[in-house]
Design a protein around this ligand. Sequence first.
Ligand code: HEC
Length: 217
Amino acid sequence: MNFIKYKNRRKATMLSLAIVSVVFAALVTGCYNNNTGETGILGIADLKFPAFPETGSHAVVIFSEMHYSPAYDDQEGPTIGPPSDSVPVTGREIQYTAEEYTLLRMSGKSTNSYEQSKAADIYRINCSVCHGESLQGDGSVAKYLTRGAAPANLIGGSSADATEGEIFAWISYGSRTGFALEMAGQPNPTVMPTFNKLLTEEERWHLVKYIMAKQNR
Ligand code: HEC
């Protein structure tokens, strides 16, 4: 648009207003395609404006995860958890004695569902920060764990000749020390999380199989 032609400022202002009105009319009359930004003005002109494609239930999603937050409405109390003595529909995990854990074997179901790549993911997400990608206790946070034992070497340490049931118990109760304390009915302050509260029984067995595969057993 060549504004120099319009020496009179009022004329230029009028023209700007006209353009804004046309754009507004085009948007209001529904000739604007929000997926492509193409806008047809009464068959006279075809323009291209910024596109705002729909990405969810709203045209522009700002915090997408907030759509799925467990919101509750007015007059509605917070969700009530299950009673403390209720049993999950999947059944409660059996608590064995220390000797029984030593003899415990992986179930056929867990053996059949084992996939090395999935187990590697579970390990990477839950264990590698401490035990390292190499499983040798050299994870990125290991040097900051200055109180208590350092993350164990899962290739060459006690795990190397432990039974599969023992490794399962150590993972479940947050290390060998944690397992011994829990079996003795004492509080368990180990830095390694108690994974029987965080991972399913099957996921913990898959980790046992993964660790043993890395030990070439
Ligand atoms: C926050 C750090 C941390 C994380 C995360 C962690 N561990 Fe540990 N783990 C430790 C420490 C520390 C020890 C040694 C504790 C001790 O001996 O008192 C240990 C010990 C163990 C042992 C016993 C080995 C031995 O020789 O005593 C096993 C098996 C083990 N971890 C497996 C795992 C697995 C599998 C995961 C992931 C599901 C995991 N750990 C996640 C810190 C961690």
